[in-house]
Design a protein. Sequence first.
Length: 345
Amino acid sequence: MTAVRLPGWGRSPVVTELPRPVPRDGQVLVRVEAVGLCHSDLHVIDAARGAMPFRPPFTLGHEVAGRIAAGGPSAAVTVGERVVVHGPWGCGSCPRCARGRDNYCDRRSELSWAGMGLGVDGGMADHVLVPSTKHLVPIGELDAGEAAPLTDAGLTSYHAIAGIRPRLDEDSTVAVIGIGGLGHLAVQLIRALTPCRVIAVDVRDEALALAERSGAHLSTKATADTSRVLRATTGGAGVDAVLDFVGSRSTLDLGARGLRSDGDLVLVGSSGGELTVRKPGSLPPGCRISLPFWGSRDELADVVALSRAGALSAEVQRFPLTAVHEAISALRNGNLAGRAVLIPG
Ligand code: FEH
Ligand code: ZN
Ligand code: ZN
């Protein structure tokens, strides 16, 4: 089978041929029909030796949709069923993993992987071997190219919103910073799940247009004065929540300056920006800071249900699997509208 593998730290991914895996025990072989490309893939590709808690070589790809091709002897599967894969594979036995919350596995520090395609072979390939049927969610007739981003971009956004949702009402305003693969789905999810107002912030005109197509009430280009915009549109108080899908020093500063007291600052992006937490300091009194990571299997089922109900629709840009380097360049250069998705031949 064709696979995109990271051969070693500091080396470019290679498109190569591997034997198709054979499922054992409870494992499931999934024929990949679409696999998303994520900024985290770039962080992994660019990582220096020792920076990640896992080691190459392995096949990339942690955002997968496809069909069940075969099951191991103890896997109860329906061959041909269309599914997406819950990717943050944990130890499988701790209290968190037992509840499908592998994203917060208690033994993560002991594992040599961070999830599918993150230290263990993933789905940037014709097939992927999934440890158990518990990692699969049926998708019915959803288009595979639009379903794959639900498993990471959609799920991560959904989980981030779930953490603040109880505090969002019709008087609330939420700023979404960074309207890319995750941000545009976050705008759709906030509109679908809450009555609050959404302000989208990005540096690119095409991203702000995507935000408006996704349902943002207001979209504003990020400048040094954007925190004033956030305050001006909320009567001076500031926004009730900031979802930062960039996570740079400038976006964190913007979020802190534009946030209302008793507000929520949610850091999702992994650009490595820093924020000083100090009293007295720049953060408003009563604010909460959270760093959500991916999401649970049950939350993925919720995301798929929202998509099947027509409340969520990922804008995607499709590339052949073998054109992975073209997709990587487009992601690096900010030339994507929505999420890049690779389609095996
Ligand atoms: C994966 C691995 C490490 C950090 C972040 C991620 C996300 O892309 C998963 O949603
Ligand atoms: Zn990701
Ligand atoms: Zn675990």
